[in-house]
Design a protein around this ligand. Structure first.
Ligand code: FE
Length: 341
């Protein structure tokens, strides 16, 4: 390690675990939250003896990597969504991950075709439907959100949010840009209010009768249903049925949280060991239990809440790289139809 790198690492990276004289270490820039990542890194250090240093931040980590360039101490980038992984690739901040272990543990559709990122947890973007005002089976597909019967009945966060850009990207991939644009314009016409708030705020709006259908990621259901700090969220969750769309054709749109290897990683071997660990049975189980996400690795038992409320559903197995490549186009369509205005 150069003096500059040591200085940066020493100043900014806090060490987890208590391995006194670890021979190896790995530096992580994490957009994922501490409550989720810290126990995983502790388990990694316990298993491998590799010291894990981490910076948690909600934003600016890619900018930091870009600024640090070849002097960056970062080895691994952890993100809570596919969007920043795609950004990191576009900005030339990552190196390919060469690992047979990861290839065996993670299905190909959750990995970059060029090995530039790998999914660690999966979630679906589903329709939350009012129990009172929407019959089970009344809406079955994303495409049906465009039906005029839903006029004034749909709530969503901004079309520009990463989660919605991925969903729109999947519609571009499956149906073509022209149909995706018509769909987006029609969904806009069906909105109960201008896009605003986060995913949970839409379910709250369903509970309060402002709309009948909302778009949201699956894990928020678990987070609402078990929310002891804000018990009203339990009521929001109880007011809706979960609709996994497109079960009779391609399956529900999926996205991931994931990891990438930093282009100038000073410890590439330890970095790959960490990413491999995060795809291990042990880590995959921990992820799913703490945050109500789906393990990407097949054969891992789901947490009780997921099994009870989500059961088996058909997931879209299109390669996420083919979805994420449409993000710029998706963003352009959001502007073009004035979705957020
Ligand atoms: Fe989220």
């Amino acid at each position: 390690m150069t003096a500059k790198k040591a200085l940066l690492a020493g100043l900014a990276l806090s060490t987890l675990g208590s391995v006194a004289q670890a021979a190896e270490e790995v530096n992580i820039y994490s957009y994922r939250q501490e409550f989720l990542i810290k126990p995983l890194l502790e388990a990694f250090t316990a298993e491998t003896g590799i010291k894990a240093n981490v910076i948690f931040s909600k934003k600016g980590l890619l900018e930091r990597l870009e600024h640090e360039g070849a002097n960056s101490p970062a080895d691994v980038i952890l993100t809570s969504d596919i969007g920043p992984l795609h950004d990191a690739v576009e900005r030339d901040l990552v190196a390919p991950i060469d690992s047979d272990v990861i290839d065996a543990n993670v299905p190909a559709h959750y990995r970059s075709k060029e090995d530039k990122w790998v999914g660690l947890t999966a979630r679906s973007r589903i329709i939350y439907a009012s129990k009172d005002r929407v019959e089970p089976g009344e809406i079955k597909t994303y495409e049906e959100l465009a039906d005029p019967k839903w006029k004034g009945r749909i709530c969503t966060r901004s079309g520009k949010h990463s989660y919605n850009l991925s969903l729109i990207g999947s519609l571009i991939e499956h149906n073509g840009a022209e149909q995706a644009e018509q769909w987006l314009a029609a969904v806009k016409d069906n909105l109960a209010r201008n896009p605003q708030g986060n995913d949970r705020a839409q379910v709250k709006a369903v509970k309060e009768g402002q709309c009948d259908l909302a778009l949201g990621n699956t894990y928020y259901y678990g987070k609402m249903l078990t929310n002891e700090k804000e018990p009203e969220q339990v009521e929001w969750a109880k007011s809706v049925n979960l609709v996994f769309p497109n079960q009779d054709d391609r399956g529900a749109h999926m996205s991931i949280s994931g990891a990438a290897l930093a282009k100038h990683a000073p410890h590439p071997e330890a970095a790959i060991k960490l990413i491999e660990f995060l795809t291990s049975e042990k880590a995959q189980k921990m992820y799913a239990e703490v945050n109500f996400e789906f393990p990407v690795r097949p054969g891992i038992e789901w947490s009780g809440l997921l099994k009870e409320h989500m059961g088996e559903f058909k997931a879209d197995e299109v390669n996420l790289g083919d979805v994420v490549k449409h993000r710029a186009e998706a963003s352009r369509l959001v502007d073009k139809v004035g979705f957020d205005n």
